[in-house]
Design a protein around this ligand. Structure first.
Ligand SMILES: [Zn+2]
Length: 293
């Protein structure tokens, strides 16, 4: 077992009896829905439906963890490539990379007619492998990454302008995009407020994350159990997003993405499609009120 995992279980054991409080709405009413290795449990908030790991990390721990310790073993998210590896990625336009943005560009093109000249925030950009590709496709990108070493790498090697403080991002954007970020952040309300400040009144909040919906759990119970834990303190589901954007238009769907469902959405109503894939995608308009409200 790796050192950071051992530390995680020790920390979890020490805080096993700490109160169970929803990190989204502060409710103390939550139901246990899953458990791992005795000391870590997954709760579901009875009020807002957020599924969260207990014990939770402190904000201080979270900040220092994502500066240096955070590792994903996919060879790109948290690994800073060597010069020759980066050169290869750029020369092949990230074609063979798991972080190729082709699918996301198709998704954006299904919401707006053409991504060219669209203003977008890449929130939680790591070292900028996606920001770089989006910019190449003509999008006007601002990037944010909490880890300074990763931000510095992208700024230096990809000529990006990745900020490490969300205050430095400018408003007036069409899309606030995040991929595998919302399940890591210590405060989802903070992230939503940042998106509201940065988006135009018509703008779109687009986020992909591991799918914690019951439909996915039913289809793949082992995959469901695997996807929450040390690096995923929150495990978002369709009903949490329905709560989060209850006053706004939204579209909720699952991988593999059917672009016809996105094109078919009127962008004014609340639509949830089947959510049994391993990824959950939400497209919401946080600054647009529902017509009926
Ligand atoms: Zn809650």
């Amino acid at each position: 077992m790796k050192k950071d995992k051992i530390k995680y279980f020790l920390r979890s054991g020490l805080h096993f009896f700490s109160p169970v409080v929803c990190p989204n709405c502060n409710s103390r009413n939550a139901t246990k829905i899953d458990q791992k290795y005795l000391v870590t449990r997954l709760f579901r908030c009875d009020y807002c439906s957020l599924q969260f790991r207990h014990p939770l990390d402190s904000q201080k721990f979270n900040n220092s963890f994502y500066q240096d310790e955070y590792r994903q073993d996919d060879g790109i998210t948290t690994d800073l490539p060597k010069p020759e590896e980066l050169k290869e990625m750029i020369e092949t336009d990230f074609t063979s990379s798991p972080k190729n943005v082709g699918t996301f560009v198709k998704i954006f093109n299904s919401i707006v007619s053409d991504v060219k000249d669209i203003k977008m925030v890449d929130y939680g950009s790591s070292w900028g492998y996606m920001s770089y590709q989006f910019r190449k496709r003509g999008m006007l990108i601002q990037s944010f990454e909490i880890s300074k070493p990763r931000a510095n790498y992208g700024n230096k090697n990809l000529n990006l302008d990745i900020k490490s403080n969300p205050e430095d991002l400018k408003p007036g954007n069409d899309i606030f995009f995040s991929s595998h970020v919302i399940e890591h952040v210590p405060s989802i309300p903070d992230m939503i407020n940042i998106s509201r400040r940065l988006l135009d009144t018509e703008g779109y909040f687009v986020a992909e994350c591991p799918n914690g919906s019951q439909g996915f759990r039913k289809r793949d119970p082992i995959g469901f159990n695997k996807a929450w834990g040390l690096v995923h303190p929150s495990y978002l589901s369709e009903d949490f997003y329905q709560w989060l954007f209850k006053e706004n238009p939204y579209l909720i769907l699952t991988s593999p993405y059917d672009l016809n469902l996105i094109r078919g959405w009127d962008q004014l109503s609340q639509v949830t499609h089947k959510t049994d894939g391993d990824q959950l995608l939400v497209i919401a308009r946080p600054n647009t009120r529902l017509k009926s409200l």
